[in-house]
Design a binder for this molecule. Structure first.
Ligand code: GLY
Length: 594
């Protein structure tokens, strides 16, 4: 059977049971800002699960593309994929437990449909807790239907509860159907629900009868719904007798390509990469997911879906590097080409977007390449400094300055070095909050954020201020600044346009200072003391009793809230990009550090 045949069978089966086919929608949820991606077929149905009328009626069926990144660490094992297709059927306040269980059993085991040997199947049901009772009813229905008691397992909420997809919304206990792959048990405790891969979950039937509220309560929904999800890749693999989803037609041509790149090579890469088998799967999985995210219109960035996309591309690129596949081989673009070929009939949009997808992949790889070598050096230093642990700050530094997503640092650190993920998350959240503000254009003046890049440009602004005073005179006063990680903008009082010579002199003075590798000193003092010291003060700034004064040797001395670098040698090279007029009598300079 191929994937399209499986999808057709599922849809036909449920159409025969009175269901309406609904469209396979974008990976980017249209009406739900609480989640980044469509993670299940139920996603577009949330309002209808809560009671709104669906134009397709009360019984719906679909094949839905999905992205799940919560399982990203598991990618590379037999069954977890970042991108997958999910078959699902829904009852919006119509049929409930009995029909859904009986139909699932019929579809899986009937010779007319999937014809799976019933002895290979086992199920789990909800064991009950303070939010909902033990699901004896589901267990009884399973027994009546054909699953013997010894293959029915009661498990807690962590295993047998689904949703809500975001923080609030429809959810409920579920029953999950597992297929025994015939592999050895990983331990005597191994049973469905264990992640070792012996039992593969192929279908989840959710009894969606609760609404989780913002206070954490589970309120009974007015209508009792059914929400199910069957993984296409997994089901196809077990139907074809494969050991994992990478052997199915949905991955095999990609795996063959990567294998081809490695064949006939020296085996050196096996020493560089901790697990070449896993690395190959990560490349295939992540580039497939990236291809679809790009198809749905997202580009790599440091925010939200764009950041997930960036992480996927960079992680795959790093794995390719560890396998010593050279950049000039354009492996991600080649993989994307194959993905497009595999899925082009189901997703004709892939063909329309092909050029965009390939171009964006290439661009992101180039950007990553630029920071990778430097980042690897810094990573080496961090490890030398502290062999057992990477602090949240160091991990964030690698992210912020060298573009290393945390998973990538984790991959490099392997299992023997601990990373302070919590510390990283804290730094990251702070950063996101600030960059959201930036995106909302709330930011008019001052610093866009406190990232390392912005901090460096802030220190450079002090040098620039002083250099301008030296070249143009003491009338030069700061009239405003706007600094983000990319560039600084500095407004100052001066009547005429600066000549190219003057600009060159200013640049030269700043760079000479940087080369002196001077420390930046901070002292706290009263405003009077600061004035006495000759500090220049920023206009309109509200000062407290004590102010901070930042000085760079005897070159620059300013009242300022910071932050600044420790030593100006960190700044690199200063370059003025533009000089123009601000308002009358005010000039504006834009500059960068390279
Ligand atoms: N919404 C059911 C599932 O994703 O398993």
């Amino acid at each position: 059977m191929n994937s399209q045949e499986l999808i057709n069978k599922y849809i036909d089966f449920f159409k025969q049971k009175g269901h309406t086919l609904i469209p396979n929608v974008s990976l980017i949820p249209e009406h739900d800002p609480s989640v980044l991606f469509t993670t299940a077929g139920m996603h577009p149905l949330v309002p209808f699960l809560l009671g709104q009328k669906h134009p397709g009626g009360k019984r719906l069926v679909s094949n839905q593309r999905c992205i799940r990144t919560t399982d990203i660490k598991e990618v590379g094992d037999a069954w977890h994929n970042t991108f997958f297709e999910m078959l699902g059927n829904w009852s919006l306040g119509d049929y409930f437990k009995e029909d859904t269980i009986k139909w699932a059993y019929e579809f899986l085991t009937s010779p007319q449909w999937l014809n799976i040997n019933t002895e290979k199947l086992s199920v789990t049901v909800f064991a009950g807790d303070e939010d909902a009772p033990r699901d004896e009813q589901a267990a009884e229905i399973w027994q009546e239907t054909g699953i013997p008691k010894e293959r029915i397992y009661f498990l807690p909420k962590s295993e047998n509860w689904w949703g809500p997809a975001g923080k609030i919304g429809p959810c409920g206990p579920d029953t999950e159907i597992f297929y025994d792959t015939g592999q050895k048990k990983c331990s005597s405790e191994c049973k469905p629900g264990c992640s070792c891969g012996k039992n593969c979950e192929i279908w989840n039937l959710v009894f969606m009868q609760y609404d989780k509220t913002s206070t954490g309560e589970y309120k009974e929904l007015k209508q009792k719904n059914i929400d199910t999800g069957m993984g296409v890749e997994r089901t196809l693999a077990i139907l074809e007798g494969y050991e994992n989803s990478y052997q199915t037609e949905l991955f095999k041509p990609i795996m063959d390509l990567i294998e081809e790149k490695l064949s006939g090579r020296s085996q050196d890469y096996r020493e560089v990469s901790t697990s070449p088998e896993k690395a190959k799967k990560i490349i295939a999985d992540h580039i497939k997911a990236a291809t679809f995210i790009l198809m749905d219109g997202i580009t790599p960035s440091n925010l939200d879906q764009g950041y997930v996309l960036r992480r996927l591309i960079r992680r795959a690129t790093l794995q390719a590097k560890l396998l010593e596949i050279e950049k000039k081989e354009n492996v991600s673009q080649q993989v994307a080409n194959i993905v497009i070929d595999i899925y082009k009939e189901r997703y004709p949009n892939l063909l329309d977007k092909k050029e965009f997808i390939l171009k964006e992949l290439g661009k992101e790889e180039d950007r990553f390449e630029l920071c990778l070598a430097k980042g690897l050096k810094v990573f080496g230093k961090i490890i030398d400094k502290n062999r057992k642990k990477i602090s949240g700050q160091d991990a964030f530094h690698l992210y912020d300055t060298y573009g290393f997503p945390i998973e990538l640092t984790q991959d490099l650190a392997r299992d023997d070095i601990k990373i302070d993920r919590e510390g990283f998350n804290k730094e990251f959240k702070e950063h996101q909050k600030l960059s959201r503000k930036g995106a909302a254009k709330k930011f008019k003046g001052g610093l866009a954020d406190h990232t390392e890049a912005t901090t460096k440009l802030h220190t450079a602004t002090h040098l620039l201020h002083q250099a301008l005073r030296q070249i143009l005179g003491d009338h030069v006063e700061q009239k405003g600044s706007n600094i983000n990680p990319e560039r600084l903008r500095f407004d100052f009082t001066h009547q005429e346009k600066l000549s190219p010579e003057q600009l060159e002199q200013v640049e030269q003075i700043v760079n000479e200072q940087i080369q002196k590798a001077l420390p930046v000193k901070m002292e706290e003092m009263t405003v009077e003391q600061a004035k006495e010291k000759g500090a220049i003060g920023l206009f309109e700034e509200k000062y407290g009793d004590k102010v901070k004064v930042y000085s760079i040797n005897d070159f620059s001395c300013e009242i300022c809230g910071g932050p600044h670098v420790k030593n100006i040698k960190e700044l690199g090279e200063f370059k003025i990009k533009k000089e123009g007029s601000g308002s009358s009598g005010v000039r504006r300079i834009k500059a960068i550090l390279i």
